[in-house]
Design a protein around this ligand. Structure first.
Ligand SMILES: [Zn+2]
Length: 296
């Protein structure tokens, strides 16, 4: 484990639960890291050539080689229990992931106190952390919530035909995990309140049933976006680029544009699962496109 990163995360978490809400999106809304994983540059624009992507990243002073994709799990404290939004990749997805359990412990959150895990979608980096290293439930007292259309896509016997070779393992993993969770898995539809204060809304395209969540906590509102917007520069400045892991690229582009419009107009605080510095920030208009303003 990257010790410096771990300590920074843990310190932020601990501070967030004290009087000072630093590193948190709101008083009881925090993100914890599950680590990060290597990401090829062409994932940022499967219809763009690598030189063009690099040029865009270089212009912003962002890294354009050895890209790492951070994982931010949103944690909401409600009295004595907690709600997680997605639950990390676990140990079996990629080198560098599976750090959520350690970071929860550092923040003083026992897995038994997680009452709900709410999924944006069922990709491995969001789902596979639901089981621990031994294949047992990582959050033994939690109920799990997923959009019905997302569960149906992954559990369909022909899901494998809809995925390229390099994503066949995504489907095998989703089927294994969702079967394992079935006794404690509940489904919802976009527009519904999933748990009190947490409303799902449709942000499909990245996966067929991808949703985001409007989280109301006291007087505060935080939008948990999952993978509707995945990169701090490309998703905001070039929402029309096709992202490599988007299942339905045209729909994902339309979703990004619609979402960015709303987030900027309403000046909403957002959390992106793969955005930098804990993923917390806001969206502003910038010329004909948008800009992510990190808050951390
Ligand atoms: Zn993801």
């Amino acid at each position: 484990m990257d010790r410096r990163h771990f300590l920074a995360t843990a310190a932020g978490a601990l501070a967030a639960w004290s009087a000072a809400p630093c590193f948190a999106a709101a008083r009881d809304v925090l993100t914890l890291s599950d680590g990060d994983f290597a990401m090829p540059i062409n994932v940022l624009g499967s219809n763009m050539d690598a030189a063009r992507i690099k040029e865009v990243l270089d212009a912003e002073g962002a890294p354009s080689s050895n890209l790492r994709n951070p994982i931010n799990v949103t944690v909401v404290r409600r009295g004595d229990d907690f709600v997680l939004f997605d639950c990390g990749a676990g140990q079996n997805f990629a080198e560098g992931t599976g750090k959520l359990p350690g970071n929860l412990a550092a923040a003083g959150i026992e897995p038994e106190r997680v009452k709900h895990v709410v999924f944006t979608h069922a990709h491995p980096d969001h789902l596979w952390g639901a089981l621990d290293d031994f294949g047992s439930p990582a959050f033994p007292n939690a109920s799990f919530h997923i959009a019905a259309s997302e569960r149906d896509f992954w559990m369909s016997p022909d899901v494998f035909q809809h995925l390229p070779e390099d994503r066949q393992s995504f489907a095998a993993g989703a089927q294994r995990l969702l079967k394992e969770l079935a006794p404690v898995l509940q489904t919802f539809r976009p527009g519904e309140e999933v748990v009190p204060g947490v409303a799902a809304f449709e942000t499909g395209g990245h996966t067929p049933g991808h949703v985001s969540f409007e989280v109301r906590h006291g007087t505060e509102v935080v939008m948990v976006l999952g993978d509707a917007l995945t990169h701090a520069i490309v998703s905001f400045q070039y929402p029309e680029w096709r992202a490599g892991f988007d299942q339905d690229p045209d729909r994902a582009v339309a979703t990004r544009k619609r979402l960015l419009d709303r987030l900027a107009a309403e000046r909403l605080r957002v959390i992106g699962y793969h955005l930098p510095k804990g993923g917390i920030g806001r969206v502003e208009r910038s010329g004909t496109a948008f800009r992510f303003i990190a808050e951390a």
